[in-house]
Design a protein around this ligand. Structure first.
Ligand code: NAP
Length: 496
């Protein structure tokens, strides 16, 4: 490349989850092989490396939850379990030869843009500073576990475990276990551990809408059939259509396609079918509209509350003592193990992204978003942060398979890198004007999203940031795909 000093790497990829793996494969494919992937864990897989709690599985059909260029014919189930997804990540890493370029057990602490040299100075631990012309942030948003802000949570004398950092030496057999939280992680965990433990007490603050899941093993003949020419494409088309009509379209086009409203009767009927005790059923019934927050999908979560050894507690938690969870009605629920199914820091200034990003002229990304609201051009690039792209930037994700997003955002980045190469430019920056135009477009479309129903205010949904914005893209998967190929490259300034 002309101009600027030569950095250690052309691109530094943060994270070896599916985003990072997808970015690396794309870069190799397009001839940009001078990259380093930095991964905090000791293996690839991201979400599926860190989250290994009992029962973990994907909620998007596996045929869609995989790279379009690396489709497996032999998923063991319609919805793969966590271990199989991690194995798929390892398979992609090894098949595409990217493992030698991953630095494991290494955290990215900070990245600062050097205006003079048009490159990023990235602080690694361990490893000190490395420089890279580009940074691709694949560190995700559901990354940093969030313990609950409950008094005494650190004083518990038994074993405490967060779902996102499961301890596999932990033996729950015969124990009195408390689970705090009833989000998507608890929906999968609770039915899995209920038959093992002595007593299970689930502390619910906000109930979750739960729906059945067509989760079945895929027999060998299905694997053979999927090896026939065109079969995987057809399968993907079917599952992608299913995903589109059940996730992004109802969420992003609610006013024209109010599926979420129709689903409410299904949700209530499912509760009636599954939960015997009318009081418990009532407690498990959300008072907010479907779509305000992420629903759960499980065939036995609700019926688990019929078990004699399972109790649902809806009294607010007062504090945690060395031996119990105390609720505000004065009850001490004595336990041996405390499971925190309390989710992640989402769009918290300190954790999104997971490292400090300082752009051109010393501009802080956290401060930029705090002062201007969360925004990113096409969900990936931010003005003042040259040569920096993300998979999960604000207004990028529509709610479909992450793989569709990863492929779109890495394509976007590579188009920019190619243009830079053609022009001998070392600095690519989205213009303020293009970013403002994109942000205004997203806001002008959001009235049709599902999130703006009145009852969403009582849903405690992490979709809403502190400005009340929901940084999900009011679009569909096809549009995201199309625009990653068609966005106007002149929206960027190529200099250096
Ligand atoms: P979550 O959806 O954020 O749920 C956290 C739960 O903890 C909520 O029920 C929350 O109650 C409760 N909670 C938090 N602080 C509390 C407190 N101080 N007192 C009482 N309750 C408290 O977290 P998650 O279940 O880990 O799921 C996070 C996301 O990860 C999901 O939305 C999904 O995107 C992803 N995920 C995906 C899958 C999958 O694809 N299969 C599986 C698991 C997770 P409130 O609702 O009242 O805040």
């Amino acid at each position: 490349m002309a101009g600027g000093d030569h950095p250690d790497y052309h691109c530094l990829i943060v994270g070896a989850g599916f985003s990072g793996i997808g970015a690396a494969i794309k870069l190799d494919h397009e001839g940009f092989s001078d990259y380093l992937i930095v991964e905090a864990g000791s293996e690839v897989g991201g979400t599926w490396y860190w989250n290994t709690y009992p029962g973990i599985a994907v909620d998007i059909p596996s045929a869609s939850y995989q790279f379009s260029f690396e489709q497996r014919p032999d998923w063991s189930r319609t919805y793969a379990r966590g271990g199989e997804l991690k194995a798929y990540a390892e398979h992609c890493t090894d098949k595409y030869g990217i493992r030698p370029k991953i630095r494991f057990n290494t955290k990215v602490l900070a990245a600062e843009f050097d205006d003079e040299r048009s490159l990023w100075r990235v602080q690694l631990d361990p490893g000190g500073e490395v420089t890279a012309r580009f940074v691709f942030n694949g560190s995700g948003v559901l990354t940093v576990p969030k313990p609950p802000d409950i008094d005494g949570v650190d004083s518990f004398g038994g074993v405490t475990v967060h779902t996102a950092r499961w301890d596999h030496t932990l033996d729950l057999a015969g124990k009195r276990v408390a689970v705090i939280g009833t989000g998507a992680s608890a929906v999968q965990l609770v039915p899995q551990i209920a038959p093992i433990v002595n007593e299970l007490t689930v502390f619910q603050r906000t109930p979750i809408w739960c729906f059945p899941k067509f989760d079945v093993p895929l027999p060998r003949p299905a694997h053979w059939a999927l090896r026939l020419p065109g079969a995987k494409t057809l399968q993907r088309l079917i599952t992608q259509t299913y995903v589109e009509v059940t996730f992004p379209l109802p969420a992003q086009y609610f006013t024209v396609y109010p599926l979420a409203r129709w689903m409410e009767s299904l949700g209530r009927a499912y509760l009636r079918l599954k939960v015997r005790d009318p009081v418990v059923r009532q407690q498990l019934t959300p008072s907010y509209a479907i779509g305000c927050k992420r629903p759960g999908f499980h065939n036995s979560y609700l019926s688990t509350y019929n078990r004699d050894n399972v109790r649902l507690v809806t009294q607010p938690i007062d504090k945690i003592t060395p031996s119990s969870v105390a609720t505000t009605d004065g009850t001490n629920h004595e336990i041996d193990v405390l499971v925190l199914a309390t989710g992640f820091h989402v769009f918290d200034p300190d954790t999104t992204p997971t490292f400090a990003v300082t752009g051109s002229g010393g501009r802080s990304l956290t401060r930029f978003w705090e002062e201007n609201r969360a925004q990113a051009y096409e969900g990936t690039a931010i003005p003042g942060f040259p040569n920096f792209f993300s998979t999960m930037g604000p207004y990028g994700y529509v709610g479909s398979s992450y793989f569709a997003l990863i492929e779109a955002q890495t394509h976007h980045m590579v188009r920019c890198m190619k243009r830079a190469e053609q022009r001998g430019a070392t600095r690519i920056e989205i213009s303020e004007e293009a970013n403002a135009r994109y942000f205004a477009e997203q806001l002008s479309r959001r009235h049709r999203q599902v999130f703006w129903q009145d009852s969403c205010q009582g849903a405690n949904s992490y979709y809403f940031d502190k400005n009340g914005d929901v940084a999900l893209r009011p679009a569909n998967t096809f549009e995201v795909y199309w625009r990653s190929r068609r966005f106007n490259l002149d929206d960027y300034q190529f200099t250096g």
